[in-house]
Design a protein around this ligand. Structure first.
Ligand code: PEP
Length: 248
């Protein structure tokens, strides 16, 4: 039985007031005990969130991390630093990082290794563009992104990785993949994982991301290979994120 996980990626949004609001709502909430819930705010809010969420089930994630521990890398943040703030998860390979900051599959691999090295669970984001889907290349693209990382990990490391399938055309567009489209890709990722080890494939947690909201979450999360969600826009509203966590 895979434990559901709902993660909210605030991107470059939010405020100290929003951190406080999440702390209040989630302290009162009657949330399912068997669901992992993660908020991924911008770096400056991590310390405040650590305190504000201390009486809630919310855990913290980072939106990215540098592969190195320290050094002359102005503007970068390392996994070791994030660990000091109880950050338990790290996104790697989000499509905005791949597209806007030109992160390559190799750089994604290095960041994922850095997360593993400090004991954080990496959430590897993969997904095709609309052009790639229309050209019939969805599975090739997704399995290339997954394979570049997974094929180089040892079995123990592979268990720690969470994969978020996020079709690029569904991110921030209000256009959600249908549950069937999402399920098809998830099943393909799990089958790929099974080519290494069938029991690890059964344990692999797969998240859907792309305009998930309080109205469509239940149907997506009901798919057999979807174990949770990576939520962008809807994670900025306490009530919406709460409702998505409830439906997991
Ligand atoms: C995301 O940023 O990972 C995401 C899925 O965004 P949205 O939910 O806004 O589409």
């Amino acid at each position: 039985m895979r434990r559901p996980l709902i993660a909210g990626n605030w991107k470059m949004n939010g405020s100290a007031a929003l951190v406080e609001a999440f702390g209040k709502v989630f302290a009162d909430a009657k949330l399912p005990a068997d669901v992992d819930m993660v908020v991924i705010p911008p770096f400056p809010y991590l310390d405040a969130a650590r305190h504000a969420f201390s009486n809630t089930p919310l855990r913290l994630g980072a939106q990215t991390l540098n592969p190195l521990h320290s050094g002359a890398h102005t503007g970068e943040v390392s996994g070791r630093m994030l660990k000091e703030f109880d950050v338990a998860y790290a996104l790697v390979g989000h499509s905005e990082r791949r597209q806007l900051y030109r992160e390559t599959d190799e750089q994604v691999f290095e960041r994922l290794m850095a997360a593993l090295e400090v004991g954080m669970s990496p959430i590897l984001c993969v997904g095709e563009t609309l052009e790639e889907r229309d050209a019939g290349h969805t599975m090739d693209v997704v399995l290339r992104q997954v394979g570049h990382v997974m094929a180089r990990l040892e079995a123990a490391q592979r268990c720690e990785v969470i994969i978020a399938y996020e079709p690029v055309w569904a991110i921030g567009t209000g256009r959600t993949a249908t549950p069937e489209q999402a399920q098809d890709v998830m099943a393909g990722i799990r089958a790929y994982q099974a080519s290494f080890d069938t029991s690890l494939a059964e344990q692999l947690r797969l998240l859907y991301g792309g305009s998930m909201n309080a109205n469509n979450a239940a149907e997506l999360l009901a798919q057999p290979d979807i174990d949770g969600g990576l939520v962008g826009g809807a994670s900025l509203k306490t009530d919406d994120f709460y409702a998505i966590c409830q439906s997991a």
